[in-house]
Design a protein around this ligand. Structure first.
Ligand code: PLP
Length: 400
């Protein structure tokens, strides 16, 4: 940079909203000018209990006084506790902890290959994923991601991923071969535009995996931790995946990822097969334990289901006659308002009016409130969203 002042010392990897956030409490956020916002995005499905939840904060502060790093070569009590909480409340039998979603999916991809190769041989490595999916930004997980925009410029991509069409079982069947080791799928494609999987598709997919003896990996990084009105979104479908991955909502904002797997997979992940220095550190585990305990003790998953029905009904009613809106879709508190045009400007206007929402793809406004949000904040937030959409529709008509 020459004489002019450098704007930022960061790689410009994110197209940022023009807001400097400095403080959060529950479902309210404040910027550096003191302006207050109602949070309907939760930092992208992360702060499911709202910002700085007192129970999570107390446990974290207590842990900060005790031990920050213990190393995975020792037994760490909160790790066992969090693993037990997740296993007891799912169809899974064992947990591995890491720090991000992409890492959780890496752990799942490696486990699927290792299990299949142990049983069926080294030519079993291929994983079927779906178009419009999102699984992360590491080389393997961006290859698993069925969107060319995240792969551009990163060739050569690792081998072993093929793409089916979402909600189309025949397209999965067409890709099956004696290389197939697993299918990896989201129950709602979050980044892809808040697209829910059909009930029959998921059930038949689970059945197909069982018949073919291939693993079913469900990426619950966005849909998990109560977000859709069940602790895990697979529960809506009455299926039992072999592996699920978690991250976003698991630590209330503390970096944490997890992979949970069925008992038959445990012998494939023995000492030395996989690992992570920061996975399962006492601080992150304390945040995870407090997050899950709070969700369960305060029946927040049920509340997310009820609030989700309410939000869907409100949006459907208030936006029914808005020509900019085609559908409202999603489940629980992971909803998308699908628009007929790009929503970037609409979202900036909603932000300027003090409500934070985020897009999911170019045409979808994602509504992702905390499961603890007050009725008043929720109603006010939704009013602002609907009002801005009404104004945009009216101005579009008047300029014709
Ligand atoms: C966010 C997300 C990821 C990636 O998580 P990171 O923590 O950003 O690595 C993977 N899968 C899904 C479904 C996600 O929503």
């Amino acid at each position: 940079m020459g004489q002019e002042e450098k704007q930022s010392y960061l790689f410009p990897l994110f197209s940022k909203f023009p807001i400097k956030l400095v403080k959060g409490q529950g479902s309210r956020l404040w910027d550096d000018t003191g302006k207050e916002y109602i949070d309907l995005m939760c930092g992208l499905a992360v702060t499911n209990l709202g910002h700085v939840h007192p129970k999570v904060k107390d446990k974290l502060v207590a842990q900060l006084d005790e031990l920050w790093h213990g190393c995975n070569l020792f037994y760490l009590p909160h790790q066992e506790r969090l693993a037990q909480l997740l296993v007891d409340n799912s169809c899974m039998d064992a947990a591995f902890f890491c720090s991000t979603g992409a890492e959780a999916n890496e752990a799942a991809i490696k486990l699927a290959r290792r299990y299949a190769q142990k049983i069926k041989g080294t030519d079993r490595y291929e994983i079927i994923t779906f178009r419009q999916s999102f699984h992360g930004r590491t080389l393997a997980t961006l290859t698993a991601t069925g969107q060319s925009k995240v792969q551009e410029g990163f060739l050569p991509l690792p081998e072993g991923f093929v793409y089916a069409d979402y909600n189309d079982l025949e397209s999965v069947r067409a890709l099956l071969s004696d290389r197939t080791c697993a299918v990896m799928v989201e129950m709602i494609q979050g980044e892809g535009g808040v697209i829910p999987a059909d009930l029959t598709f998921v059930r038949e997919l689970a059945q197909l995996c069982e018949e073919q003896d291939i693993l079913l990996l469900v990426d619950e990084i966005q849909t998990g931790m109560g977000r859709t009105g069940k602790l895990f979104a697979y529960e809506h479908y009455g299926i039992e995946p072999d592996i699920i991955t978690l991250a976003k909502g698991l630590g209330s904002g503390f970096p944490i990822g997890a992979m949970l797997g069925k008992a038959k997979l445990i012998p494939a992940y023995t000492a030395g097969a996989h690992g992570s220095t920061f996975g399962g550190v006492p601080t992150a585990m304390a945040a995870g334990v407090a997050t899950v305990e709070t969700m369960l003790e305060e029946n927040l998953v049920e509340r997310a289901a009820e609030l989700g029905e309410y939000v869907l009904a409100q949006l459907t009613e208030k936006l029914a006659s808005n020509p900019l809106v085609t559908t409202i879709r999603g489940k629980g508190l992971l909803l998308g308002i699908v628009c007929t045009e790009p929503v970037a400007d609409i979202i900036n206007t909603i932000h300027a009016k003090g409500v934070l929402v985020v897009p999911a793809g170019p045409n979808v406004i994602r509504i992702v409130p905390a499961m603890t949000i007050s009725q008043e904040d929720l109603d006010h937030g939704l009013d602002v969203v609907c009002q801005v959409l009404a104004e945009k529709a009216a101005s579009a008509i008047s300029t014709i």
